[in-house]
Design a protein around this ligand. Structure first.
Ligand SMILES: [Zn+2]
Length: 79
């Protein structure tokens, strides 16, 4: 069934990547950045175990990104 937000647009499904709700899906307005506050969780709270796993994965990705940045700056420094 179609779901519409306050400005009568079809809502879009997204995934939250915050510490508290990592991986939890929600729907919101396409124009949420323009001020439409429509918001609804699609699923219940993530279980503690799942949250831990996702948090660990996120941290791993962050570390990778940092490593990449370091390698990049080191490369750029070489003549
Ligand atoms: Zn809207």
């Amino acid at each position: 069934m179609a779901e519409y937000c306050y400005c009568r647009m079809l809502v879009v499904e997204r995934t939250a990547w915050t510490e508290k709700n990592a991986g939890r899906r929600f729907v919101s307005c396409v124009y949420s950045k323009r001020g439409c506050k429509y918001f609804r969780w699609v699923e219940g709270p993530i279980c503690e175990r799942g949250r831990e796993v996702i948090r660990g994965l996120l941290r791993r990705i962050e570390n990778r990104e940092e490593e990449k940045e370091i390698v990049k700056t080191q490369r750029e420094r070489k003549p």
